[in-house]
Design a protein around this ligand. Structure first.
Ligand code: GSH
Length: 220
């Protein structure tokens, strides 16, 4: 494999998705960490790489790929095994359905809950967090039910659906574990008590080869 660089911000769920995919595919890469506090993603030299000033960005063998899902598709094309987008039409559709549901509902709903908590504004936005959490709970319930049919979100094998959803659920868990969130009784952590299937799935992801390497550096 020729030179591969990944530009990322630590703790960014989309970047974590790509890092997990790189590990699952066994792709060696050079991590290029950008400091969000210094707005390095908006520096002129990075804007030459991605004019949108966002990460993740993969640069491989002269090809620059922006956007998480585009990067996953690219990785699947250059390293076909293990396939991330299903091997039958029905499996491919299911993987995309779960990803679309995450992008259309879960990700934003989790941000509504986690953003104020990460900014230390839990008390100020307590009502908004509770309302947002009710909407997140609907999504978690769908995932919990889905995991009754198989170990991975799209069935028997790990897929891009797991890699996309996992960091979003972990972001929620991290926010819900903040002391400020405790009196709000969000009903997220410990996952083992509130969402046992999601907890078992989390452990499966954590057991993947390379999981530790992909873990957000500033969470360690
Ligand atoms: N749709 C994009 C979203 C990427 C995105 O939102 N990246 C965030 C990190 S989570 C970012 O770069 N934020 C910095 C900024 O917008 O200045 C993708 O999936 O790659």
């Amino acid at each position: 494999m020729t030179q591969c660089d990944l530009y990322f911000i630590s703790g960014s769920p989309p970047c974590w998705t790509v890092m997990l995919a790189l590990e699952v595919k066994g792709v060696n890469y050079t991590p290029r960490r950008l400091d969000n506090a210094k707005r390095e993603q908006k520096a002129p030299e990075f804007l030459k790489i991605n004019p949108r000033g966002q990460v993740p960005v993969l640069v491989h063998d002269g090809t620059t790929v922006c956007e998480t899902l585009a990067i996953l598709a690219y990785l699947d094309a250059i390293v076909p095994e293990p396939p991330l987008f299903g091997v039958s039409p029905a499996a491919t559709a299911l993987v995309w359905q779960i990803i679309s549901e995450c992008e259309g509902s879960l990700r934003e709903r989790v941000s509504d809950v986690s953003r104020p908590l990460f900014r230390g504004k839990g008390e100020e936005f307590a009502d908004r967090i509770s309302a947002g959490m009710a909407r997140v709970r609907d999504e978690l319930a769908l995932l919990e039910t889905r995991l009754e049919s198989g170990p991975w979100l799209a069935g028997d094998t790990l897929s891009a659906a797991d890699l996309v959803v996992f960091p979003v659920v972990m972001q929620l868990c991290r926010a819900a574990a903040r002391p400020e969130a405790e009196p709000m009784k969000l009903g997220v952590v410990p996952l083992s008590r509130h969402w046992p299937n999601l907890d078992a799935w989390r452990k499966r992801v954590e057991a993947l080869d390379g999981y530790d390497k992909a873990y957000p550096p500033h969470w360690k």
